[in-house]
Design a binder for this molecule. Structure first.
Ligand code: UD2
Length: 313
């Protein structure tokens, strides 16, 4: 049975990916430093004898090296990151250390320990505020934040390593991922996690701007499946891929759906747009489909219902 390392295992996407890997018959070692992750997200995984968890910071090269010496990994799902765009402005050194240097560390350890593959969490943020939609991978990246620059740098580093070393790399440019376990408790949490929590509690939401901004929301299970597929597929092509649905929905449309489920919740309060907010975001999903033969399966209304059915964290 192959063993995979998942960094950022206690996070929102990490924990779903761990569950998916375990459910599909793999062994998993998960690490997290709990900066944004939560051990509760691993409740299900921790019941499996095929899962081991270690509290470890991905920037701790010695700790990671010991882990690579102790196990023979068939692949690494590298999700551990500073995930907030605003925080990457206020803590640029931490962004560099976590979102660039740690990627390099993980890649070098893979190379030195004959771990053949990395699947890396990149972001649609690398496109910046694009005039042309949908975003296609062939478009010129235009990062607007230290976070986006770090994700793009990591992509370049990994894909360059694949040219000279026995390493394969898949960089997934996640669009707006949503689903259960996404922490709603920060103003920079995913908008759907905040909206779901507020509607469940009967409190009004705040909309930044006129609510006509659109996003390509992808359900977390689709992301976990793609991660697992990229890690375990026999043959892959090292490259960067959008992970998206190519469907966009506006916040006002989301609110209309939510009001159908919770008709008594007070209407949203509209305030000024956030500085640097992107107006429209939508990704072209064809490269992923053509290479891996997979596409997002969960339509938005179904995913939203699943999110609402899950207990709010
Ligand atoms: C997402 C990612 C970010 C980066 C970026 C790339 C998340 C959480 N963030 O940022 O990491 O990859 O895409 O483009 O996935 N909003 C409200 N009310 C709220 C919260 C948000 O109106 O209470 C608005 C917000 O101003 C924005 C939209 O909802 O227009 C989506 O916000 P978000 O924070 O979920 O994600 P986004 O697209 O800014």
């Amino acid at each position: 049975m192959d063993t995979y390392l998942v960094t950022g295992a206690a996070g929102f996407i990490g924990s779903h990916s761990v569950d998916y890997l375990l459910a599909t018959g793999h062994k998993v070692i998960g690490i997290d430093n709990f900066y944004t992750g939560n051990i509760k997200n691993l409740d299900q995984a921790l019941r499996s004898s095929e899962f081991q968890f270690l509290e470890l910071d991905v920037t701790d090269e010695h700790g990671l090296a010991a882990l690579f010496s102790a196990h023979k990994f068939a692949g690494v799902l590298h999700l551990a990151a500073l995930v907030s765009v605003p925080e990457s402005f206020s803590k640029p050194a931490l962004n560099f250390k976590t979102n660039i240097a740690a990627t390099d560390t993980v890649a070098r350890l893979c190379i030195d320990n004959q771990c053949p593959r990395i699947v890396f969490a990149s972001s649609a943020a690398v496109y910046g505020n694009s005039e042309i939609l949908p975003n296609v991978e062939t478009a010129r990246p235009n990062p607007q934040s230290p976070y986006a620059a770090a994700k793009l740098s990591s992509e370049i580093l990994l894909l360059t390593y694949t040219k000279s070393y026995p390493l394969e790399a898949v960089c997934f440019r996640y669009f707006n991922v949503y689903g259960p376990r996404q922490d709603p408790n920060s103003p920079y949490s995913g908008v759907l996690s905040i909206f779901a929590k507020n509607f469940q509690e009967g409190s009004p939401v705040t909309v930044y701007g006129d609510g006509e901004q659109t996003r390509d929301f992808i359900y977390v299970q689709d992301v976990a499946r793609a991660n697992c597929n990229a890690l375990t597929a026999k043959r892959i092509s090292s490259n960067y891929y959008n992970l998206c649905t190519n469907q966009a929905i506006s916040l006002n449309q989301v609110l209309t759906l939510l009001h159908q489920y919770y008709p008594n919740v007070t209407p949203a309060q509209y305030i000024a747009s956030r500085v640097g907010d992107i107006r429209h975001s939508r990704g072209d999903a064809s490269r992923l489909q053509e290479t891996f033969g997979i596409s997002a399966q969960v339509p938005f209304d179904k995913g939203l219902k699943k999110l609402l059915a899950a207990k709010s964290p």
